[in-house]
Design a protein around this ligand. Structure first.
Ligand code: SF4
Ligand code: SF4
Length: 188
C-alpha cells in the first residue's frame, strides 16, 4: 500500500464537499416533471362527457404487474356510459403494484387510458392505493354531462367520432368568446 493510497480514498469525499448543495424543498415546492412523465393514470371522456373506456380489458392484459382490474358492462339506450356497446363497469388500478411502465396506455385502443404527471401516490393505507373508476375518471369540463346519457355529438356514429371532436373544438372557441352555448340540442 502506497503512502498516498489512504488519502486518495478520500478523493470523492473531498470533491463532493465543495460541490453546490442540492436541497429539495418538497412538499412546499413541488418538482416539475418532464412533460411525458408517467404519473397517475386518467380515464378520459368524449367531448359530451361519455367515457372513452369500452371495458375491453386490453390494458389489464398488457400490464406486467397485474395491477389493473376491469369488468365490462353493457350499455343500453336507457343507460349509456360510453358510445360503444360496452363500457368499463368496474375499473381499478392498484398502485401498490404499478411500476409506471406505461404498457397499459399503449394497449388502450380508444385512448381512454393515459397517464398524468401527478406523482404523489404515497399513502399509509394500502386500500387507499387501489384507485377505483371514480378516482381515475377525468373531471367533467364545461359543456360535458355526467353519464349515463345518450350520445350528444352529431346525428349518428359517424358524426360522433369524426365531427364530434371538431364540434367540441368549435364549442370551446365559442365558449372563450361568448358566455355560453348549449351543445345538447345541436348534438342529438
Ligand atoms: S403503468 Fe405498467 S405496471 Fe402500471 S398499470 Fe400500466 S401496465 Fe401496469
Ligand atoms: S382503458 Fe382502454 S384498454 Fe382498458 S378497458 Fe378501457 S378501453 Fe380497454
Amino acid at each position: 500500500m502506497g503512502l498516498f493510497d489512504g488519502v486518495a480514498g478520500f478523493g470523492v469525499t473531498f470533491s463532493t464537499m465543495f460541490r453546490k448543495v442540492v436541497t429539495e424543498d418538497y412538499p412546499r415546492v413541488k418538482k416539475v416533471t418532464a412533460p411525458r412523465y408517467h404519473g397517475r393514470h386518467q380515464l378520459n371522456r368524449h367531448p359530451d362527457g361519455l367515457e372513452k373506456c369500452v371495458g375491453c380489458e386490453l390494458c389489464a392484459w398488457a400490464c406486467p404487474a397485474d395491477a389493473i382490474y376491469v369488468e365490462g358492462g353493457d350499455n343500453t339506450d336507457e343507460e349509456r356510459y360510453s358510445p360503444g356497446e360496452r363500457y368499463g363497469a368496474i375499473y381499478q388500478i392498484n398502485y401498490l403494484r404499478c411500476i409506471g411502465c406505461g404498457l397499459c396506455i399503449e394497449a388502450c385502443p380508444t385512448r381512454s387510458l393515459t397517464m398524468t404527471n401527478e406523482y404523489e401516490l404515497a399513502d399509509d393505507d394500502r386500500q387507499d392505493l387501489i384507485y377505483d373508476k371514480e378516482r381515475l375518471l377525468a373531471p367533467l369540463l364545461p359543456g360535458m354531462e355526467q353519464p349515463p346519457h345518450p350520445m350528444r355529438l352529431g346525428e349518428d356514429e359517424q358524426d360522433y367520432y369524426v365531427q364530434g371532436p371538431e364540434m367540441a373544438r368549435r364549442r370551446d372557441v365559442h365558449d372563450s368568446t361568448s358566455d355560453e352555448i348549449d351543445i345538447s340540442g345541436a348534438a342529438r
